[in-house]
Design a protein around this ligand. Sequence first.
Ligand code: ADP
Ligand code: MG
Length: 336
Amino acid sequence: MTDIAIQTQNLVKNFGAGDSLTKVLRGMDIQIYAGEFVIIFGPSGSGKSTLLNILNGLETPTSGNIIIDGNNINHISESERAIFHQQKIGMVFQAYNLIPSFSVMQNITLPLIFAKVPKIERDAKAKKILADFELSQLAHRLPSEISGGQQQRIGIMRALISNPPIVIADEPTGNLDSVATHNVMNLLLGLNRKYHNTTLIVTHDLSLSKYADRIIHIVDGSVIKETVKKSTTVSHVKSNKESIFEMTLKNTKKPLDRKLLRVLHLLLSSSQLDSFEQEELTRTMNFLAARKAGDIDQHELFENLDKPLTEGGAGMYRSTAHHIADNFESMMELLS
Ligand code: ADP
Ligand code: MG
């Protein structure tokens, strides 16, 4: 078992070729910890659906790694991959994707039909989950006979019926009014807290941030920043051990170094700060000091932060190196 439920490394997705090439994901690095409730926020067209479809096996990436529950899914056969996705991930769609001619109960059991579960067992599970959601009265209705909010709850039940450890949802409240949005978000959050599944929700609605343990902001197919809420379940997946960053901050006396650490604190999320190893942090500080002294320019700062530790760099994710190099310029005046 690993603490990381979903990880992508330098994930790239292009559509088309030649003149019509569209670069949708440009080297995306994300890490989602087991049990977290994470929102990926980004404007329309930023690549959110493409990312989820790749995680769910509906699209294949152009390049990069996808590691789900410790398994690099590039390294398994296509048929294994289909079963793997079926077992690991439940997907909730914006448009509910219910089959109009199927009853609510039949729609809920679809994943079990694909998994060849016998009918008696399927029906028993559907009845139980409908009862848990207090929606048993809808079992024999058609999707057209229930409200949008109810349809989305059916979509959520369908995603959860085979108890997947990971639930991903693409704009699950995109078609709902504010009351139904609140109900659906509370339902997803409640299920996450009760069953400790890992939940990843994509939205372009920033007002949903309040539900998340952590928000990953993406623009144009890259992660630009992360924000972490304190006092949420993130603490249950992370150890309480003091991080290298915190220890360094406590033990550093030199004024310039203290200021550099504070600038890093402003630029990075706490999960990024907590993940620093000693050598990475030392080198990052040295490169920032060199930039401040004018010994290197902005581009060289980026290159040094991005370069692997083994090649003398700070070994950061490319998106993080970009983020620091881009924003450090305007923060240098804080250091004087
Ligand atoms: P989001 O969900 O954040 O709105 P998408 O992942 O749906 O963004 O799309 C990101 C970009 O990729 C858009 O510019 C879209 O036009 C393009 N895109 C998505 N799917 C395809 C496809 N199958 N072929 C070509 N371009 C696509
Ligand atoms: Mg989308």
